[in-house]
Design a protein around this ligand. Structure first.
Ligand code: UD1
Length: 420
């Protein structure tokens, strides 16, 4: 089990390059189940990507990786039971359902794992594919799904679930007739999935609006696709600079997709300059606390909530964070309190009273974004912060410590086995 050791107080400066988006590449990898071959570029080196590749290889696909380029050859699916151990590591394994139903006609999915953010049901996914002609049987081993007759239909989502929208898109591509998803998610990762699927021959329109229409086709080909940059990784670096102070150009981003984070940072008195493919954050490290309400895109992302909370811990004044997307996403709070934070939780709201100086402490990453929040806080805190369970952080940040060192942070990764 590795850990990070951070000496707080260094100002950050220079440039950092953002990797491809985790939440875009994972559904796209599920889409490759329907291709014969695909080349993906700008693929981030993350543990969630490695687990997904292992699952795809287990299903019979041939995948080679060279830097950020992935070559995928699919000569036919040889197995329809997804491996339990790998699926239990990430919730996004549920995304393989749509691709498997379309390509192999059946799939057994162990109950998905991943970061525990309260109860994360998959009822919307299951109801939707059932309506499209899929039989579902649940057992202690997982969920068995078999296509009776994959048929396009009209589906109205009760909540714009990102994963459910993606699963329905994947299943709809090779279904008979037209699938319409209304009240669907409009995240940039949905648009990127549609772009990938259309480039292999799908007929999807409306991605990025609240209604997506998929006209089923009989066959799909191959393609070469470049994954969009990770807006959450970019936002995390922006907040790191805001808290630690300094001047950093964050490159290879789509500024429009960072709008909610940019607006909140400006509200907190941080200077943000936008260019075509970069944003530059300039901060003296003093933050005016503000209120945050997480919402589906284009609202403030729930995946940035813990990092912004970390920033607010040492800010001026009081700010309220209202988490509307997940029911239990404040697991980082006891860890921040160990570092001197003044936070009280009232239901889905956290009241953060800024303290003069956060202090280094021994803390534990409780999930992916909570872990990133602790790193950010450690960078601006007084003294040494030690963060354990950083395997969560590896799920979503490529070479996090290396990139931070590149802009002047004092952070090292300690490999426990090497120490013993
Ligand atoms: C995706 C992202 C995750 C992000 C989240 C919200 C990926 C791989 N993960 O997760 O990083 O935090 O979007 O932006 O892209 N829900 C149900 N029933 C369902 C499905 C969802 O009740 O069948 C609820 C969830 O419990 C949650 C809310 O809907 O409260 C949002 O979930 P959803 O949009 O589906 O998130 P994910 O796709 O899991």
């Amino acid at each position: 089990m590795d850990r990070y050791v951070i000496c707080g107080g260094e100002r950050l400066s220079g440039q950092v390059k953002i990797s491809g988006a985790k939440n875009a590449v994972l559904p796209i990898l599920a889409g490759t189940l329907m291709t014969k071959n695909a080349v993906l570029k700008n693929v981030p080196n993350l543990s969630d990507v490695s687990y997904t590749v292992e699952i795809l290889e287990n299903l019979g696909m041939n995948i080679t990786i060279e830097n950020d380029k992935m070559n995928i050859i699919n000569s036919g699916i040889v197995n329809t039971v997804l491996p339990t151990e790998l699926c239990s590591k990430m919730r996004s394994s549920i995304l393989l359902m749509g691709g498997m139903l379309a390509s192999a006609g059946e799939v057994t999915i162990p109950y998905p794992g991943g970061c525990s953010l309260g109860s994360r049901p998959i009822d919307i996914h299951l109801k939707a594919v059932e309506k499209m002609g899929v039989e579902i049987a649940e057992s202690s081993k997982g969920i068995y799904c078999k296509v009776r007759n994959l048929q396009g239909t009209k589906i109205k989502l009760p909540f714009p679930s990102v994963g459910a929208t993606e699963n329905i898109m994947l299943a709809g591509v090779l279904a008979k007739g037209e699938t319409t998803i209304s009240n669907c998610a409009i995240e940039p990762e949905i648009v990127d999935l549609a772009k990938f699927l259309n480039s292999i021959g799908a007929k999807i329109s409306g991605a990025g609006t609240d209604t997506i229409v998929i006209k089923g086709v009989n066959e799909l080909g191959g393609c070469c696709h470049r994954v969009i940059p990770d807006r959450i990784e970019a936002g995390t670096f922006m907040i790191a600079v805001a808290g630690a102070g300094g001047n950093v150009k964050i490159q290879d981003v789509i500024p429009e997709q960072l709008r909610p984070v940019i607006s909140k940072l400006k509200e907190a008195d941080v200077e943000v300059k936008e260019d075509e493919n970069s944003v530059t954050v300039c901060s003296d490290g003093f933050i005016a606390n503000t209120d945050i309400k997480t919402m589906p895109y284009p609202g403030f992302p729930t995946d940035m909530q813990a990092q912004f909370m970390g920033l607010m811990c040492g800010g001026l004044g009081t700010g309220i964070i209202n988490e509307t997307v997940f029911e239990n996403r404040f697991m980082q709070v006891p860890e921040f309190i160990k570092m001197g934070a003044d936070i009280t939780i009232e239901g889905r709201c956290a009241v953060v009273k800024g303290v003069e100086k956060m202090k280094g402490a021994k803390v534990r990453a409780t999930d992916l974004r909570a872990g990133a929040g602790l790193v950010i806080t450690g960078l601006s805190a007084e003294g040494v912060t030690e963060i354990t369970d950083i395997h969560y952080i590896d799920r979503g940040y490529e070479n996090f410590d290396g990139k931070l060192r590149g802009i002047g942070a004092d952070i090292i990764r300690i490999n426990e086995q090497a120490v013993q």
